[in-house]
Design a protein. Sequence first.
Length: 276
Amino acid sequence: MSRRYSGGAMKTNGSPLPGPRKRLGQNFLHDPAVIEQIIDLFGPKRGDRVVEIGPGRGALTGRLLDRLGSLDVIELDRDLVPHLKEVFTDRGRLTVHEADVLSFNISKLATNKPLRVIGNVPYNISTPLLFHLFASAGTISDMCLMLQKEVVDRMVAEPGSKSYGRLSVMVGWYCKASRGFNVRPGAFSPPPKVDSSIVLLQPHSKPPAAVEDLSFFTEVVRSAFSQRRKTLRNALKQLVSESAFEEASVDPGLRAEAISINEFARLSNAAWKARE
């Protein structure tokens, strides 16, 4: 018989659970107040198709099942998979996918409605995971993710701010991003060395700026921010001509942090057309 689980470190048979694995970037959430705050912010309800990434010991899993009745989770740690299957058997229908989320095709879970994604993400895979999820954005309605605060600062930053960079532009092109709330290290075991933040992401039904070629747009943005001290003219001299700057109405004497998503789109489109 299983028992209700609130983030402790014991299996149902009384034996200890495996400790956090440093190589997997595991920091297990255990603060009940933070758990409830996340669940309330996410607002899961019966009928939602929800996928939890990295459930760990199940701090969010049980509360999600209570509200949803059924849930899919993706967990890489094979030592935690049996625990998840055992401890939540009387809380609802839990489907555990033992897999690396970075190679898992999350779109296949969107059978009859868009997915809602939630997770306490290992900080060492934050950026690769975001872009992996963006590749499936057409099958996702919204995401609620726990990430390193510094990463969320960059995700929600506006042009002209210190935190504005490549991630700000690319996240903004794919999604509407907003900060939920910050979380102190003490809410986790072991405590991370940095603060965390909840970020809410809602994929755009239509991108805020049309681009002729997404790969080229991505390369222009990456190159522009790879040498932040340089002007756009110098940082993009291998990709964008003076005539393209003129056609896009973008000042080549500016630095990347001053350029909006729409301006990057115009610039990459003008440069792409010049190549044809």
